[in-house]
Structure formats: C-alpha cells, structure tokens
Design a protein around this ligand. Structure first.
Ligand SMILES: [Zn+2]
Length: 266
C-alpha cells in the first residue's frame, strides 16, 4: 500500500529532521498553548518524537505518550516518553484518557476514509484540549509520476486549511485560539520554483516521492529511501557556494506557513 509505505522512509525520521529554526519555532509555539493545569498529553502522529522531547524538558512532571503509525518512526524515536505504534482511527486509550491531545502536521495527511474518523478519535481521548498544527492556506503543487502519469502531492498533503476550516472541525470542542507561524521566504520564490520545474521536468520527482497509483520511486525501493545527499565533489561544492551566495542576496519576506489551533471541550 504506497500511502502507508510512504511514511516508512527513513529520511523522514532522522534525529535532526525537525530540529531547525523554523520547526523549533513552530513546536515551541505549540508548546506555549498547553495550559499549566494539563497533567497528561498524547501526541498523535508524533513522528520521531521531537515535540515530546521539548515537553520532556519544559514539563517534566507531565505524563507524556506518543502514538505513531510508522514503524520506522517509532523505532527512530528520540524522546524518552513511550511511543506506541498505532493508527489515529483506533487510538488505544480510553475516553478522555489525556488532558490534552495533540496532532501536529498530521491531519493534512489523512485520506478521505480516515479523516472524519480520526477527528472523532482525537475528541474521544481528549479530556480538556486538542492542539493542531497544519500548513496554512497551502498552495499544493502536485508532481507527476514519470512511470504512470499520476499527479499527486509529493508530501501527501491531501487538503488545505485556513481559519474557517479549522473552526468547524470538532463536534465537542470549540476553537479557543489560533496562531499563524511565519517563515522566511524569497520574494521571487514562486517564480523561481516554477522556472526550475520547467527546466528540470525530468527530475521534478522528489527523491522521497512515492506514486500512490503505481508505487514508483526514484530509488526503486519503498522502505530504504534515504535522505537526498549532496555529493561533496569539488563541482558540487562550487555549485552550492554559488547557489547560497545568490540566494543570500535575494530579498526575503515572512510567509505565513503554519497555523496552530487550540480547542477546548464545550
Ligand atoms: Zn505512478
């Protein structure tokens, strides 16, 4: 099943995969939403546990658990909290088992048959609050499988979100607050990306992409897809230097990239 295999790529779960200034700002903003009276938290779709490691430092007295469908991610967990392998459609905990339930960069990935069921499960196990983070008003650019021609989002982002969509997600919870997190981007980025795709049409299939229709990957295998590594050859070092020098001179702006929403039980 390609959709499930996609998340087994080791490249997504390297220890430092989500440790960079942008992701750290997103995750610390998320952590700030968790109220002082919360004593337990379940992070659904916790990946390699990066968010849990932040809470382990900030809230050492809190009971923390993770749930993750990807076996590779569970095996790569960098947190000390317990992470169970499991699906959002069957969260293996009792009703209202945790004060707060988080699902960060998760629900944009949920297939049609899973989406509503997953949201109901988050509501069921959350006693007081639910915290979500999703891409903000994402302009989803699709890639085309060179093998079968299927067009799909290479990161399996299956829907876009804004404030209006987020307000109406839950039946038993109201949206209490939200915050948009911005990242630096280049003014010309959309034009340059479009130009790059036109010039590199045959390479416009990311190394981590996995066609949902035929299962094609550039590396040929599903489970061993590794992070794209740049060769250390002299030519590549020169190319990288020129690229970085050019990019450093481009004007930047703050682009709204993620939205974080906090929900309270009605
Ligand atoms: Zn294909």
């Amino acid at each position: 099943m390609p959709e499930q295999d996609y998340y087994e790529a080791a490249a997504f779960w390297k220890p430092d995969r989500y440790i960079n200034p942008d992701e750290t700002e997103r995750l610390t903003t998320c952590a700030a939403f968790i109220t002082d009276d919360a004593q337990s938290l379940l992070d659904v779709g916790c990946g390699n546990g990066t968010f849990l490691t932040i809470l382990e430092r900030q809230r050492p007295a809190m009971r923390l658990n993770g749930l993750e469908r990807s076996r590779t991610a569970v095996q790569s967990a960098i947190c000390t909290s317990e992470v169970l392998e499991g699906a959002i459609t069957a969260i293996p905990f009792a009703d209202r088992a945790f004060d707060v339930v988080t699902a960060l960069e998760v629900i944009e990935h949920l297939p049609y048959q899973v989406y509503e069921h997953g949201l109901r499960e988050l509501e069921r196990v959350a006693a007081k609050g639910i915290l979500l983070s999703v891409p903000y008003r994402e302009n989803r650019v699709f890639t085309e499988c060179p093998n079968c021609g299927c067009r799909f989002h290479p990161n399996y982002h299956l829907r876009s979100f804004d404030e209006h969509v987020l307000e109406h997600l839950f039946q038993q919870f109201d949206c209490a607050a939200y915050e948009v997190v911005s990242i630096d981007d280049y003014w010309l980025a959309p034009v340059l990306r479009r130009l790059y795709r036109l010039l590199n049409r045959h390479q416009d299939y990311p190394k981590t992409a996995l066609c949902p229709q035929c299962g094609y990957t550039r590396s040929g295998g599903g489970h061993s897809r590794s992070a794209p590594a740049e060769s250390a050859s002299f030519l590549n070092r020169v190319r990288r230097y020129l690229r970085d020098t050019f990019k450093a001179r481009l004007p930047k702006y703050k682009r709204k990239n993620w939205i974080i929403a906090y929900y309270q039980r009605k």
